[in-house]
Design a protein around this ligand. Structure first.
Ligand SMILES: [Ca+2]
Ligand SMILES: [Ca+2]
Length: 197
C-alpha cells in the first residue's frame, strides 16, 4: 500500500508539474493582441483603400471596390470581394486597420485566405500585405507575397514583420491585391488574423 501511495503521489506531482509547465508555456507564447475577422456580420474594423491609376478614357480613377459578398467564403457565408478594372496594367487595392501595440511587442503576423477563380501560369495579380507604423497609401508600401493565381480556389498567405515599437501605441496592417495583367479581375479574401507577439 505504501508503495502504491508513493506512486500515486509521484504521479500527481508529475501531472501538476506538467500542468504548470503547460500554463507557463501558453502564457509565455500567448499573443499580446489577436484580431480575427471572417466578415460574417460586418467589416470588423477593416476599411478599403487603394492606389489606382486614372483611366485615360474617362479621366477618372479606374473602377474598383472591396465589399462583403456571399459569392464564396472560406468560413461561414461571407467573404470580402476585391474587384478592379486592371486594363491600365496598374492598381493596388487593399483593406487596412490599426492594431494595438502593448509593451514588449516585437512582431506582427498577418494571415488570410485568398480565393482565385482560376489557376494561371501568367501572373494576373499579386497578393500583398503590410504591417508598420504608417497608414498605407501607396502600392510600394505593401510587400508582395506571391502570385494571386497559384491555385483555383482558396490559398493561405501570411506576412510576418519584426517591429521596433519604441513609444508607438499602435500599428497599421493591410492586405490586398495588385494588378499585373491588363484585365478586369475579381478575388475574395476571408479569415484574416492579426497577431502581435
Ligand atoms: Ca467568412
Ligand atoms: Ca490608407
Amino acid at each position: 500500500m505504501w508503495l502504491n501511495a508513493k506512486i500515486i503521489i509521484v504521479l500527481v506531482s508529475v501531472v501538476a508539474a506538467a500542468g504548470a509547465i503547460a500554463t507557463f508555456y501558453s502564457q509565455a507564447h500567448a499573443p499580446l493582441e489577436r484580431v480575427t475577422e471572417g466578415f460574417e456580420t460586418g467589416y470588423g474594423g477593416w476599411a478599403p483603400d487603394a492606389d489606382v491609376p486614372i483611366d485615360p478614357n474617362t479621366g477618372q480613377p479606374v473602377d474598383w471596390y472591396v465589399a462583403r459578398s456571399t459569392d464564396v467564403s472560406f468560413s461561414g457565408t461571407h467573404s470580402l470581394k476585391f474587384f478592379i478594372d486592371g486594363r491600365q496594367d496598374d492598381g493596388t487595392i487593399w483593406i487596412e486597420r490599426k492594431v494595438l501595440l502593448r509593451e514588449g511587442a516585437r512582431r506582427v503576423n498577418i494571415t488570410f485566405d485568398l480565393y482565385s477563380g482560376e489557376e494561371s501560369f501568367n501572373t494576373i495579380a499579386v497578393v500583398c500585405a503590410y504591417a508598420g507604423f504608417k497608414d498605407p497609401e501607396h502600392e510600394g508600401e505593401l510587400t508582395v507575397l506571391g502570385p494571386a493565381n497559384e491555385v483555383a480556389g482558396w490559398k493561405r498567405y501570411s506576412l510576418a514583420v519584426d517591429i521596433d515599437t519604441g513609444n508607438a501605441q499602435e500599428a497599421w496592417v493591410a492586405a490586398g491585391i495588385s494588378v499585373r495583367w491588363e484585365t478586369h479581375m475579381t478575388y475574395y479574401l476571408d479569415d484574416i488574423i492579426i497577431e502581435v507577439t
